[in-house]
Design a binder for this molecule. Structure first.
Ligand code: BG6
Length: 518
């Protein structure tokens, strides 16, 4: 018994769980960025590296070598990087750190198909790479270049013995990883000649998003949702990756890629597998990736008839977004006036396994849609008896929403009795919002921050594995082929600033369901 005045020791309560900041175990490293002056480096990689340095997430000893074809000195490159940080940094810049960071920057100029470039790089590495605690020298090669340069670079590195042996190396490869299953397989074979799978980090920035990672925590660290997570209780699942931006300055890439290669094959497949996978046997890279691959392998293969009935393609025409006029896709800079590239995809997919048999997964993504929203929604079945149907004919089903962007949140919709003497059902929400539910001081790492650190630490969990990449292509290849063999005659078929072509509404509407509305 605790008497008054004593400090009560409260029993049976969960002790306050203070989560110590994660301790980073990053060895001294040298990061070599092929395409060190390209768009990705300027916009994302260099500002992110600077912030990591500023936030003291990088070790004392590190160096960054930009490799590019234009002649530049180290000092020129430092100026280039400073400008990139000024222009693209998303946070306030703390310049005192710049002095330290700039001393770590170096540049090697040369063509990717010229062996001399790799000799120069080799000399620079010999001079700059510092040994880690265990005596190895850690070198990361980041391929921030269009895919057509990969084979030259890998061959160049290989010929100069820069892949294995002298250094402990890792290779980071950006999407798109191939343009279909066959080319992805060929690329994997090419890379595998020089690097082991353990050294390869295939990046998909969606996996670095906080809420995307949270899907695993949410599903497998709580006991109340997982029992409901199956065909028994779930009517269908919706995945939306809506963008309000257009093709921007990436016309040449996008004309060849189109929406399926750009978003569905990678970002959407990753989201889908996190929602649908079985519990992994441990929280380690390969255990998680094994489960994800199983999802792709059990996805129902689509034949032409299925594709024609259950997928929708679209291309935006001129319209208005947030009261600003925007041009049609075909009128964008460097886009062919008769382009047949799709900027919108909607489709119904099935995962033919024990958990998901018969549950449709509706996917929708497009450019120049009304708003920027990435969201997964799980729509539960109606209760078996409509006890309240006499007073409320239309009942909203329970829905669980995992919002990825612009707000990172989780919402559960359910019905309550409206206060009053009547028996009125009323829909309400339980809300969790990352932004408002965590104290202001909590830092939300940008995807590249998280992914770069993971690569430096040698953690492959958030990177795609070879079999995963090929299995994702196997799902979308038939759609791409069918669409390419049958050019659309109706493009443009949606107005910029809307939710896409009307037939996308019919796709889901004809099955008695509807897309979520914002
Ligand atoms: C990229 C695509 O991978 O993802 C772009 O190539 C797209 O076309 C972008 O705009 C979307 O990323 P986010 O993080 O803005 O949703």
């Amino acid at each position: 018994m605790v008497s008054a005045g004593q400090n009560p020791v409260i029993e049976n309560t969960v002790p306050f769980c203070e989560i110590a900041p994660e301790k980073f175990d990053i060895e001294p490293f040298t990061l070599v960025i092929f395409g060190g002056t390209g768009d990705l480096s300027r916009r994302k990689l260099l500002p992110t590296l600077f912030h990591l340095c500023h936030d003291q997430n990088l070790p004392e000893e590190f160096s960054i070598i930009g490799v590019g074809s234009t002649e530049r000195s180290d000092d020129d490159y430092r100026l280039f990087v400073k400008r990139a940080i000024e222009e693209y940094s998303e946070e306030t810049i703390h310049w005192p750190c710049w002095e330290r960071f700039s001393r770590k920057l170096f540049y090697v100029s040369g063509r990717f198909d010229d062996r001399n470039s790799y000799k120069k790089l080799s000399e620079r590495l010999a001079e700059l790479a510092k040994p880690a605690v265990r005596g190895t020298k850690e070198v990361i090669y980041y391929m921030a270049v269009p895919p057509q340069f990969l084979s030259d670079i890998i061959e160049g590195l290989s010929q100069c013995n820069l892949c294995k042996g002298t250094f402990n190396t890792r290779l980071v490869v950006e999407k798109p990883f191939g343009h279909d299953r066959k080319s992805a397989g060929e690329l994997n074979t090419l890379i595998a000649k020089a690097f082991d799978e353990k050294q390869i980090y295939r990046i998909d920035h969606y996996l670095g998003k906080e809420t995307v990672q949270n899907i695993l925590f949410f599903r497998f660290a709580n006991s109340i949702f997982e029992p409901l997570w199956s065909r028994r209780y779930i009517d269908h699942v919706q995945l939306t990756v809506a963008e309000s931006i257009g093709v921007e300055n990436r016309a040449r890439f996008y004309e060849k890629a189109g929406v399926v290669r750009d978003i569905v094959q990678n970002h959407m497949m990753q989201l889908l597998s996190l929602v649908a996978m079985e519990p992994p046997i441990g929280f380690e890279a390969d255990y998680i990736r094994d489960e994800k691959v199983k999802v792709y392998r059990t996805m129902r293969m689509m034949d032409n008839e299925y594709i024609d009935r259950f997928t929708v393609r679209g291309q935006y025409g001129a319209g208005e977004i947030t009261e600003k006029k925007v041009p049609a896709y075909r009128d964008e800079k460097d886009i062919a006036p008769n382009s047949n590239t799709s900027t919108f995809f909607a489709g119904k997919l099935y995962i033919d396994n024990w958990r998901w048999a018969g549950v449709p997964f509706y996917l929708r993504t497009g450019k120049r849609l009304k708003k920027r929203i990435t969201e997964i929604s799980i729509h539960f079945k109606q209760p078996p008896l409509k006890l309240f149907s006499t007073v409320c004919e239309i009942r909203e089903p329970n829905t669980l929403v995992l919002g990825v962007q612009p707000q990172e949140k989780i919402i559960l919709h359910f019905g309550v009795k409206h206060p009053g003497i009547g028996n009125q059902l009323y829909p309400v929400n339980m809300n969790f919002n990352y932004g408002s539910d965590f104290p202001g001081a909590v830092h939300f790492p940008q995807p590249y921050e998280r992914l770069l650190l993971d690569c430096m630490k040698g953690d492959q969990t958030l990177f795609a594995r070879q079999d995963g990449i090929e299995a994702m292509w196997a799902v979308v290849d038939p759609i791409i082929k069918r669409w390419e063999e049958n050019p659309a005659t109706e493009f443009p078929n949606y107005i910029a600033g809307t939710w896409g072509p009307g037939i996308a509404e019919e796709l889901i509407g004809s099955e008695g369901r509807q897309w979520r509305i914002w």
